[in-house]
Write a protein that binds this ligand. Structure first.
Ligand SMILES: Nc1ncnc2c1ncn2[C@@H]1O[C@H](COP(=O)(O)OP(=O)(O)O)[C@@H](O)[C@H]1O
Ligand SMILES: [Mg+2]
Length: 319
């Protein structure tokens, strides 16, 4: 991507104003230069910190659909599990929830079953293959958000236990700038934004960065570049995108890593066996394992709101 292209990208996105419904515009955002640093962040209200656990909450999102979020999420989860972390996935794609398909583990119960008498978290949690558990959220999350205060509080209470069962909770969100997706990425302490190196995907990714930079209280976003053919070329594209975000949005964007275009990904989807398991020596599997190391030992780990704060926000008990 040349600087000209970056400029065009910026202009393109500037022409599409951020939806005002996204995020929580209730609090005016300080200019980038005045953003509080993580270390100087004011103490959290006691209601929040009293419930905090140490589980990291990482949302995986994208601007454009079909760029590989679910495959990335599931395979990353397995690689993190293999590295010794307890991992949980919340399937939060309200339109196309398909973690179960990629993982090859089906579920009989859904999130809203938690509201039934005597139903426990363990009844709804799916012990998926390869040591990765997941919560089949899907459209149930949207329905849950529309319930009355009492029912939402019951759900929150039961789901809060996930924070004790996992070290890392991955949220597989839908794509785009819809209010729901924004809710998830603003509620998570860390965000991974998946994009391909194609201009359409990059432009949509930039639109997500723009909305995120506007509403995130303590931004922490990294890119994952999927379906690359040439690492050097992809690196150049990524650096341009990072520079554009820094310059025009005041947003510091990291890059977790690159994932090659690899036929073993498609083959694995067809076989319903994740590629890190079906083809552990493939280039895609090696990329995923490198990124798992980045998640574990990179610069972004942060538990701020934590899982409890995440739930409070998505169930609208806090901003
Ligand atoms: N690195 C890759 N190499 C080859 N094909 C890929 C790769 N990543 C994703 N795909 C293809 O894209 C499809 C959509 O991926 P998916 O993870 O379901 O996307 P999303 O969750 O973003 O909608 C997969 O079924 C697979 O065929
Ligand atoms: Mg998906």
């Amino acid at each position: 991507m040349t600087m000209d292209q970056a400029e065009r990208l910026r202009k393109l996105v500037e022409q599409h104003p951020v939806q005002e419904t996204a995020g929580s515009p209730s609090k005016p955002k300080p200019p980038a230069s005045q953003k509080p640093k993580a270390s100087s962040k004011p103490a959290e209200p006691s209601s929040r910190s009293a419930f905090s656990t140490n589980a990291r909450v990482i949302a995986i999102t994208s601007g454009k659909g079909g760029v590989g979020k679910t495959n990335f999420t599931v395979n990353l989860a397995i690689a993190l599990r293999a590295a010794g972390s307890r991992v949980m996935i919340l399937d939060a794609d309200l339109g196309m929830a398909n973690v179960d398909i990629v993982l090859g583990s089906s579920s009989k119960k859904y999130l809203l079953n938690l509201l039934e008498d005597g139903m426990k978290l363990s009844d709804v949690l799916v012990h998926g293959s390869y040591g990765v558990d997941f919560i089949p959220g899907g459209s149930g999350i949207e329905k849950a958000q529309a319930l009355d205060d009492t029912k939402r509080a019951v759900l929150l209470q039961k789901l809060a236990g996930v924070g004790e069962l996992a070290d890392i909770i991955l949220i597989d969100t839908g794509a785009g700038l819809g209010k729901n997706v924004m809710d998830f990425i603003l509620a998570a302490d860390e965000v991974l934004l998946v994009t391909t190196p194609e201009p359409t995907s990059l432009t949509d990714a930039y639109a997500v960065m723009k909305a995120y930079s506007r509403y995130a209280e303590n931004p922490n976003l990294q890119l994952v570049i999927n379906r690359i053919y040439d690492e050097r070329e992809s690196r150049e594209v990524t650096v341009k995108l990072q520079q554009t975000a820094g310059r025009f949005l005041g947003l510091e964007v990291g890059c977790l890593g690159y994932l090659y275009e690899d036929a073993s990904v498609m083959r694995a989807v067809r076989r319903q066996t994740p590629f890190v398991v079906a083809s552990p020596d493939s280039i895609a599997a090696r990329c995923i394992r490198a990124m798992a190391q980045g998640v574990l030992y990179g610069a972004s780990p942060r538990v701020d709101r934590g899982w409890r704060g995440f739930l409070q926000r998505i169930f609208h008990f806090s901003r």
